[in-house]
Design a protein around this ligand. Structure first.
Ligand SMILES: Cc1ncc(COP(=O)(O)O)c(C=O)c1O
Length: 440
């Protein structure tokens, strides 16, 4: 990369400046980045790391992907800002057309925002406008963002702290979390969590349903993949009550699960689909796409964004999609299949692994206190968040950056650039194996 840094800049200088000049953001900052390429990030002290988390599932086409960088540079040379709702421009027009081609079914018209949170907020406004109804249902343990609207949907009090009240009229329903399912009580999946939506509508709403919002694979909740038939059932119940199904593909979309969209694994076409993260391989951009009759419910001025649809970000997105379709999604699928079976072997070898799960290159390892008490909701052993942190610190010492998350903070998250190789995945799994063996 061409950006120059004063030679004496170190990790600790950057961290000190963060401490002094930025508001508190996150308690557990990862390695400072000086430059990054492919699946590798480098810090200011000259250390290199294999990145298995891609800045939280964003650089799907690999850090600093050459073709994406070129596309962005070409656009930078033309113009940087056009305010896409004031001056129509080609990158936004072409990207919207491309989204109509690659999104499922008859989804056709898009609105451009700057982030996942904004895409979700916009989707809710559109659902309210189209249906004329107000109430929204989301999943417990979900994450949809941190603005007051999207935070209201987020089914995790840890993110809300003292920020309430958020928007009203949001109810929550049990997630399709098989490993800690309160409904099946350790037995085979009965898909009762899908049916439970009907009960929540009957008991928690006033019959004024605008939308049900779900992640097709829950990311922050702990890489939770719903059972077969769940999403279809949720859509059926939602439509029966006059609501729209909003499928939040912000984290699971753009090839991450081995298909362009996580909803492609299921037999549904969302009514509205928010996207962000992987869309422009790291440039800030969000979008939500809807069927024309829904999209056209917005009237002039109902929803606008000064920076939304920035031409440089749109140009980068167009090239990102090319890169994904040219082989990266296939790689996500192939490497993901290998990873699934390798993680199953790992689970068999370590009793502190309660569950492994995921699709493509969105996979998680849930760590538990194997000798301890039964954990939350009495259905599985106590989550071990401390162990998850310990393993991630061990990996950091081995030069690997991995994610830690989940509702209980006990899930190791594999969400690497989709260009990752078998060797790089093997190296990561072996390092986890070593860390867990050392603990036992
Ligand atoms: C499913 C989902 N929706 C929305 C968001 C919010 O996106 P952003 O952080 O870009 O605002 C996230 C972020 O993690 C997410 O995972």
């Amino acid at each position: 990369m061409s950006q120059e840094h004063s030679p004496q800049t170190t990790n600790s200088e950057i961290e000190d400046q963060y401490e002094q000049y930025l508001m508190p953001i996150w308690k557990d900052l990862d390695v400072p980045i000086r430059r990054a390429e492919g699946c590798t990030v480098e810090d200011f002290d000259g250390n290199e790391y294999l990145d298995v988390f891609s800045g939280i599932a964003v650089t799907n086409a690999g850090h600093r992907n050459d073709a994406v960088v070129e596309a962005a540079k070409d656009q930078l040379d033309e113009f940087i800002h056009g305010c896409s709702y004031l001056h129509p421009h080609q990158p936004a027009a072409e990207l919207a057309k491309r989204l109509a081609e690659i999104t499922p079914g008859d989804l056709e018209k898009s609105f451009f925002a700057n982030s996942g949170t904004e895409a979700v907020e916009g989707a809710i406004k559109l659902a309210r406008k189209y249906t004329g109804s107000k109430e929204v249902i989301a999943l417990e343990m979900s994450f949809h963002g941190r603005t007051l609207g999207s935070l209201a949907l987020t089914g995790n009090k840890g993110y809300k702290n003292e920020m309430a009240p958020t928007i009203n009229d949001v109810a929550h329903v049990a997630p399709p979390y098989a490993y800690r399912c309160q409904l099946c009580d350790g037995g085979p999946c009965s898909n009762d969590c899908g049916d439970r939506l009907e009960q929540v509508i009957q008991t928690h709403t006033a019959g004024d349903l605008a939308a049900v919002v779900v992640e097709p694979v829950m990311g922050e909740g702990g890489i939770i993949v719903p059972p077969e038939g769940w999403l279809e059932r949720v859509q059926e119940i939602t439509h029966d009550h006059g609501g729209l199904l909003i499928v939040d593909e912000v984290q699971a979309g753009y090839g991450r699960t081995g298909e362009m969209w996580a909803s492609d694994h299921f037999d549904v076409v969302p009514d509205i689909m928010p996207q962000a993260k992987g869309i422009a391989n790291g440039l800030p951009l969000g979008a939500f796409t809807a069927r024309p009759e829904i999209a056209d419910a917005f009237e002039s001025g109902d929803h606008l964004s000064t920076f939304g649809g920035n031409p440089v970000a749109c140009a980068a997105a167009l090239e990102t999609i090319e890169q994904l379709e040219a082989g990266l999604i296939d790689n996500a699928r192939t490497q993901g299949e290998w990873l699934t079976s390798r993680l199953e072997e790992l689970e068999a070898d370590h009793e502190v692994i309660g569950d492994t799960r995921g699709l493509g290159l969105m996979q998680g390892i849930e760590l538990i206190d194997a000798g301890g008490e039964t954990g939350p909701m009495d259905v599985a052993p106590e989550p071990d968040a401390k162990l998850a942190k310990k393993v991630s610190h061990h990996l950091r010492e081995e030069g690997i950056v991995i994610g830690v998350g989940g509702f209980h903070g006990n899930v190791l998250r594999f969400q690497p650039p989709l260009s990752i190789s078998r060797d790089q995945l093997e190296r990561t799994v072996d390092a986890i194996d070593d860390a867990l063996s050392a603990k036992e």
